[in-house]
Write a protein that binds this ligand. Structure first.
Ligand code: ADP
Ligand code: ASP
Ligand code: MG
Length: 412
């Protein structure tokens, strides 16, 4: 007998027939003698719909009330799933985040889980019950409802698996696992049988939304194995686990893209010590995370141009801040571009290979794609390009690194 946490995403519970299908899967697992805790997302499109509704009232709605609103999608799906399970003769019970005390901090819209009281759930399991938990939500110290950021049900599932010391956390979604790139834009994408926590962290942080980044952080910290698989068939998916020898030999394991960033360029900044701090401190103080930064010499003597990217959701706020800052040095020009995309290649084996970057730049050049910014780390290289070339770039990079075939390995 194993303790299994299963998470079903929005598409998997997108309509009543799919909810029945999910209930059958859960019962199958239960009938094999396992204890099952299920985490569900809101039905597909529901969270977006709720956000649009609030934005019709006011473009930037109050953050506390937003969480009260957008957490409701999950309440609908847990109730429907528990109803379906009971209709099939199972003993099931649904819970909202606050009822099993998924305690979080108070960062509305991007709260972090601080702890989970597992007693109630363990008690239900002992009594043979299937426990159905609302994903994406928690409660802070003052009993405010919080949400964990888009895609947050993955994190609820892994955190519960960690708290209950579950044997496995299964993430059921609309694709068969983690692929070398998004299978919905690259038909040649290949399913990976295994991926390390570190690579998955990079892939998730660079745009692969198949797992929310915090869920992978949790899994790594508490050593929870994740099995990402399809809710529509029984094919084995992808195991996300600790790095092993086999994985180390892969040079590039994936290609990702992110269209959710915007670029801001501050032109003709005096090239003197302290300028970067002057620009970026007020941005950091506003809790805005800057991603890439490049500084180049300006057309004006003694000056530099500073370009950087921020999440699109923080773009308007950042632009206002920057316009204020530059008044301090004489009101020079600010340029911006929201039509950018970040394409990245990821791989732990990159550490020991010197020509990967050149290969990436050549592949983009061959398609006539201009690189606007570059950033690198030990295990990834990212380029900012015009967003209209995203799909072309992803496919070109996927081909250039031969990702449709079994892994590239080190030459011995
Ligand atoms: P769910 O609603 O089940 O949480 P998501 O839409 O959040 O599902 O995540 C699944 C989607 O992630 C897929 O439909 C796919 O388009 C996208 N995706 C992006 N990159 C990858 C990747 N490398 N492997 C698999 N899926 C990916
Ligand atoms: N329903 C939430 C969202 O759409 C959480 C999730 O699906 O994981 O982001
Ligand atoms: Mg998701």
């Amino acid at each position: 007998m194993a303790l299994v946490v299963q998470k079903y995403g929005g598409t998997s519970v997108g309509d009543v027939e799919r909810i029945r299908n999910v209930a059958r899967r859960i019962l199958n697992t239960k009938n094999q003698g396992h204890e099952v805790v299920v985490v569900v997302s809101a039905m597909a499109g529901e969270t977006d719909k709720l956000i649009r509704l609030a934005q019709q009232v006011i473009p930037s709605p109050d953050e506390r009330e937003m969480d009260v609103l957008i957490s409701t999608g999950e309440q609908v799906s847990i109730a429907l799933l528990a109803i379906a399970l009971k209709a099939m003769g199972a003993d099931a019970k649904s819970y909202l985040g606050f009822q099993i005390k998924i305690a979080t901090d108070s960062a509305f819209g991007k709260a972090r889980i601080a702890g989970i009281e597992s007693e109630k759930v363990l008690n239900d399991l002992k009594n043979g019950r299937i426990v159905v938990v609302a994903g994406f939500q928690g409660v802070d110290e003052s009993d405010n409802i919080t949400t964990l950021g888009r895609g947050g049900s993955d994190t609820t599932a892994v955190a519960i698996a960690a708290a209950l010391k579950a044997d496995v956390c299964e993430i059921y979604t609309d694709v068969e696992g983690v692929y070398t790139t998004d299978p919905n834009i690259c038909p040649k994408a290949r399913k990976l049988s295994k991926i390390s926590y570190d690579e998955m962290l990079e892939m998730a942080s660079l745009g692969a939304k198949v797992l929310q980044i915090r869920s992978v952080e949790f899994a790594k910290k508490y050593d929870v194995p994740i099995h990402v698989r399809s809710s529509f068939n029984d094919n084995p998916g992808t195991i996300v686990c600790k790095e092993d020898k086999e994985m180390e030999r892969v040079v590039v394991s994936g290609v990702t893209y992110n269209k959710n960033e915007a670029k801001i360029e501050v032109m003709r900044v005096p090239d003197v010590p302290g300028m970067a701090a002057k620009i970026f401190k007020p941005i950091a103080d506003a809790n805005i995370v800057v991603d890439m930064i490049i500084q180049t010499s300006s057309t004006e003597k003694g000056c530099a141009d500073v370009a950087f990217t921020v999440p699109k959701s923080d773009f308007t706020k950042t632009l206002q801040i920057v316009k204020e800052i530059i008044k301090g040095f004489g009101g020079k020009e600010v340029k911006f571009n929201e039509d950018i995309a970040k394409v990245s290649i990821v791989g732990v084996g990159m550490r020991s290979h010197s020509n990967v970057a050149t290969q990436m730049f050549s592949a983009l050049a061959e398609e006539g794609i201009n690189i606007q910014m570059i950033s690198t780390s030990e295990i990834k290289i990212s380029c900012i390009i015009d967003s209209k070339y995203t799909e072309l770039a992803v496919r070109a990079l996927h081909d250039a690194f031969g990702l449709d075939k079994p892994p590239m390995t080190e030459e011995k």
